[in-house]
Design a protein around this ligand. Structure first.
Ligand code: M6R
Length: 604
């Protein structure tokens, strides 16, 4: 959600545009840049995509600059238009500011600044920051920004450039992420590591309340009090190519094809001799033995992965596992003590509601284990421990490979906790280690067949996904995927709930996606499918390869391999990802950047 990029050093205008291109996946509706030229600032802003901005600055792309800041805006205060796009400026047009987050006291600040003679032109909360810095600027930009941030309530990541201060740019953070790196050509800051991989692998994540002063090739970090902070570097080993499409039409389909590799990377070093080794968890063994409950906190797709953990863990032993969406959890009166493990799942590690839930759990004395994909993200720094999924950058807004990576790590975690509690399931560990090959083979052999089914159903506007037990979360996720990228109404239900209301929706125009694999509840699913057929609904069933019983009764099938019950969610999940992708692709939609959505939801 919103993206910031900036640098000081040797560069050109196009570098700012290229930085923004790499942040596009975060979701936005306008874009802008500011850079210094002689004694003034040049600001260019455009509603719409970064390519529109690139076109509007076409003649300037090769212009050499020594500093600039850039922004993709996801509108919160004021509609997406050229005026509300960032950068926002002060009265004298000497200060430009880009901002992610929400300034909660902006109305009061704005009124005060207006009474002091400042003139506002946008509807944004961000513009108050530019005027505040103007108010406090007495020649020292760092000090002016530091002083301005003291007045701000809410959340922010800001980047600031001043026409008269040619050798530095300033960044500050409170609850919205910023990452910094430097090399001999310059210093660079961005909302996440994606645009930084090409210039530096050793990065520093700004902490809440910190301010950074970037000069060419070097940077310093200060607390809000002005006290210098020692830098803590993280090494990022993401492959630069992973953030490129590599011949695929969309990142989403590329990322689906990466899933076998994602599973094997998530398993790497963690499975040996039919046992699970999670070195990160070793010193928690006593704590695990005492656990009475596991709370899972997450949003969206990560929440669905959490639900699968619940069913999987319960298949190992009876245990109290509660899964809650973070935006609800954070406002609940939860009972937490030192016998409750809180597991926060977030691909990005920056989801605002999940972070607040983590803070709540910690404030009540709970321990937090993070499951994340992004090293050094806020979640991983605030949690007591982190298990990384190691999926590499996920660019498509719709999460696919991260979901599969989360499931893999959550299966490992479940088996690990169960083993510490005294359980033994060597056959499951063994089955897990064979998963990458099975998934690889499945995608290779079935992707076209799933595409053919999607082609047939592309004209429908409503879908109902039904499943049970371990495959209930899979149908929620399948419906979410279809909604997100194809803008089609899709609902997911526990199949047993149909007759309690949802079945009223069904007719020949409302197809049903039913998961009826060869598990313990297949016969129950079969009855549910017959109920939907009796209402004239067309049924696409996800069945096991050897199935005949269901296949003969439904309109279309998606076949997944015959595997142990608990492994089906991987194959069902991938089937629904491919189905949604092909429906959206058929409709020629902007699959990687669906309307209204952001990759990293950093506001509440
Ligand atoms: O980064 P997170 O895993 O915390 O993100 C949570 C959700 O915003 C995310 O899964 C969202 O639902 C995706 N767009 C799903 O495809």
């Amino acid at each position: 959600m919103c993206g910031i990029y900036g640098f000081i050093g040797d560069g050109k205008v196009e570098d700012l545009i290229n930085g923004l291109k790499k942040l596009e996946y975060r979701g936005y509706d306008s874009a802008g840049i500011a850079f210094s030229r002689n004694d003034s600032l040049v600001v260019e802003k455009k509603t719409g995509k970064v390519d529109a901005l690139r076109t509007s600055v076409d003649g300037k792309l090769e212009e050499k600059i020594n500093a600039g800041i850039a922004h993709t805006r996801w509108a919160t205060h004021g509609i997406p238009n050229d005026i509300n796009a960032h950068p926002q400026m002060d009265c004298k047009k000497q200060i430009a500011v880009v901002h992610n987050g929400i300034i909660e006291n902006f109305t009061a600040l704005r009124e005060k600044l207006i009474s002091e003679g400042h003139e506002f032109i946008s509807q944004t909360d961000t513009e108050v920051i530019a005027h505040l810095i103007e108010k406090y600027f007495k020649g020292d930009l760092l000090e002016a920004v530091r002083r301005a941030t003291i007045d701000l309530e809410g959340t922010y990541a800001i980047g600031v450039i001043h026409a008269d201060v040619k050798d530095e740019i300033i960044f500050a953070r409170k609850k919205s992420p910023l990452v910094i790196t430097a090399n001999e050509h310059g210093s660079y800051c961005a909302s996440d590591v994606t645009p930084l991989i090409s210039v530096g692998r050793d990065v520093v994540f700004l902490e809440d309340g910190q301010i950074a002063r970037l000069k060419k090739g070097t940077f310093e970090i200060f607390e809000i009090s002005g006290k210098p902070v020692e830098k803590r570097f993280y090494h990022v080993d993401w492959d630069e190519k992973a953030a490129e499409k590599g011949g695929y039409k969309h990142f989403m389909i590329k990322e689906i094809h990466e899933e076998p590799r994602v599973i094997s990377d998530a398993l790497m070093g963690r499975v040996k001799d039919e046992k699970i080794f999670l070195k990160e968890m070793e010193d928690w063994k006593d704590y695990i033995k005492r656990l009475r409950k596991i709370n899972i906190i997450a949003c969206g797709t990560s929440y669905h992965a959490g639900l699968i953990f619940k069913y999987f863990f319960e298949s190992l032993r009876p245990f109290d596992v509660e899964v809650e969406v973070s935006s609800e959890y954070r406002y609940r009166n939860v009972l937490i003590d030192d016998r409750v493990l809180n597991v926060a799942i977030s691909q990005s590690g920056e989801t605002a509601d999940t972070l607040e839930s983590v803070r709540l759990a910690k404030s009540l004395g709970g321990k937090v284990l993070a499951i994340s994909n992004v090293m050094g993200s806020t979640l991983t720094r605030e949690a007591d421990k982190t298990l990384y999924i190691n999926a590499g950058p996920e660019i498509s807004v719709a999460s696919t490979k991260a979901y599969i990576g989360q499931m893999t790590v959550l299966y490992l975690l479940a088996l690990y906790i169960d083993a510490v509690m005294g359980g033994e399931h060597p056959e499951r560990v063994k089955a897990l280690s064979k998963l990458p090959e099975l998934v690889d083979n499945f995608i290779l052999t079935e992707a076209d067949a799933i595409k053919a089914v999607a082609d047939k159903y592309v004209g429908y506007s409503n879908f109902m996904y039904i499943g049970r037990n371990l495959n209930y979360p899979s149908v929620l996720e399948g419906a979410l995927k279809l909604k997100e990228i194809s803008y089609t109404n899709a609902v997911g239900y526990q199949a047993g709930e149909l007759k309690h209301g949802p079945i009223a929706l069904l007719d020949e125009k409302f197809p049903v996606m039913a998961v009826a694999v060869d598990d313990d509840l297949k016969d129950k699913m079969l009855s549910n499918i017959l109920e939907t057929k009796a209402r004239n609904a067309h049924v696409v069933a996800v069945v096991s390869a050897s199935d005949q019983k269901v296949s003969n009764l439904v309109n279309d099938v998606i076949r997944v391999p015959d595997v142990e019950n608990y492994l089906y969610p991987f194959f069902v999940g991938i089937s629904f990802q491919l189905f949604a992708y092909n429906v959206a692709n058929n409709r020629n939609l902007n699959i990687d950047m669906p309307r209204n959505l952001a990759k990293s939801v950093t506001v509440e």
